[in-house]
Structures are given as C-alpha cells and as structure tokens.
Design a protein around this ligand. Sequence first.
Ligand code: DOR
Ligand code: ZN
Length: 345
Amino acid sequence: MTQSLTIRRPDDWHLHLRDGAMLQGVLPETARHFGRAIIMPNLVPPVVTGADAAAYRDRIMAALPEGMDFTPLMTLYLTEDTNADDLAAAHASGLITAVKLYPAGATTNSASGVKNFDKVRPVLERMAEIGCPLCVHGEVVDAEIDIFDREAVFIDRVLDPIRRATPGLRVVMEHITTADGVAYVQANDRDLGATITTHHLIINRNHILVGGIKPHYYCLPVAKRESHRQALVQAATSGDARFFLGTDSAPHIDALKEHACGCAGCFTATNTMSCLAEVFEAANALDKLEAFTSLNGPAFYGLPANDATITLTKGDPVTYPAKLETGAGPVTVFDPGFPLHWRVA
Ligand code: DOR
Ligand code: ZN
C-alpha cells in the first residue's frame, strides 16, 4: 500500500483570492502548497483592463508572506466593452494568462458579464489569433431553465456555437459539474480543456439539501446528482490531459454564507491536497493525481510544470481548523465529510 507520494508541486487553475483583508487571510492557504494559480477577476469592481490586472497582481504580491513562492496568473473579466487592443497588449507582455467569461447574472459579482454574446465576437476572434485562452463559467441564466440544467443547456446554446464560430479559440470549461460537460470535452480533441473542483469530486446535491440545508456546500454551478459526481471522478482520475484541477476555492465570511440569501462558494484552499489524495486513493488512481494537479494544467496553458515537488504521506487522520480566521471575518473550511489521512509533508 502506498504511504508516501511525491509529485510535482501542484497549481490551481481557478482560484478566488478577493482583495484587502480577505486576500491577506486566504493567500497563504493556497501559496503553502500551490506554485501558481489562475486568479479570478470578479472583484467589485471587476478586473477589466490591463492596468486593473497589473494593480491587482501587485496587491497579491504585496500580500504574499516573506519566503513563500507563488505566482498569480492574472485574468481579465470579459465585458461587452472589453478593448481588444488592451487585452492583446496585456497578453503579449505576459501580464495576463487568460480571459474570463461570465454570463451576466450567472454568479457572484457577474453583473458586468456578457448578455449578448455577439457583442464579444470580435474580441474572441482576436483572442483566437493571439492564442489567449478563454475561461468560461458555463451556465445559462434564463429564468425558465432549471438550475440543475444550466450547464448542459449552456453547452448546446452558447458554448458550442461560440467554438464553431471562432476556430482556434482555446477554451477552458471551468468547474464542470455534469456528465454532459465531461462528454463534451471528451468529444472535442482540439483547443478544449476543463477544470474540476475539489468539492464537486466529493459532494452531490443531497449533501446540500438532505437533513437540513448546508450553506457551506452551496456553490455555483451547484452540485448535481450522484451520477454526475461519479462522471467527474472518472474524468479527473483517468489521466486524460484535458481535465485538470481548478479548485474554485471561493471564500465568503460565514455571516454571508449562513444567511437568508447565502453566497455561493466553497473554501477548499486549506485542505484541497488532502481531500484529493483521499478521492484518488478511493478510485484506485493515486498514480493519476500528479497529472490532474500538476501536469495537465501547465500542458494546456503551454507552461512548464513546476520544478519543485511536494510529498504527501499517509497516516493518522489529519485535522484542519474548521474555520480560517481572516481580517474580514471567519471563513469555514470545506468539510469533506470523511476523515483525511494524507498530509502534505
Ligand atoms: O460558487 C461560486 N463562487 N461560483 C462562482 O462562480 C463564483 C464564486 C465566487 O466568486 O464566490
Ligand atoms: Zn469561480
């Protein structure tokens, strides 16, 4: 039985760090284990220009504790007014790694997102030309579409038409939650990848709703039925290079999670590697963990894997604090609901 596993240092291809006191509180939780992360731009106001991204990157680096080695990979928030020249310059200089598409109203701080996809077509064409990937929050927002169907409908109505209209555009389907998402990625062997979160590999919708509502399991896209979770585990543990880790670790203070209109987001930065090792071991796929956390993401983005390694060891259950105290308030750490035996040495 494997008791120790050394892998390349992982990266997180979808992360919310926020700003100010929250940034200060959560950044070390990621930087402890991860070499790089794609930083989501849904601040208030959002990160829409190259200048915004440069300023945000500087605030992140200023918040990084002495001695920690971490590189934020910045993104721009796509709006109907995004300036393609500004975007292209930010990409050419290495300031940004990708651009994020939020359908307007789909999730936290997405009000400035895209309503009319035709309006962003020229920008998407420019991105295809310059090789700048598009990270997509793949949910339709139409009121008549059931929340559990929003990802599958988005693929048919929005994503597939965009990809057909924009050959060469590299797309990351962020935080896929359905067997439909897995199948769409598997059926397309060019220019398409997908991130999968830690929590969507662990919880299904029953975990949110059975026996009382569990606000700390509520995120968007919302977790689906068990068969979808199983499809995600299969994809993540398969070694298929199109699937890689994007935790979508999304801190909100407890007062805003435990609320009549609770915020969406699970905070998994602290214990993600322990959770994933447990999931991969249960699937008999510990040998595929490194591909998922440390190799497939860099390969998709055309970056080298990290040189450094981390070692996970298995032993008595590891306990993590239930809450992270930040200057913005307490943030509940994701509870996988089973004991964790793997720790990062
Ligand atoms: O659960 C989520 N939280 N999903 C998102 O898409 C956004 C994120 C956040 O920013 O809190
Ligand atoms: Zn997110």
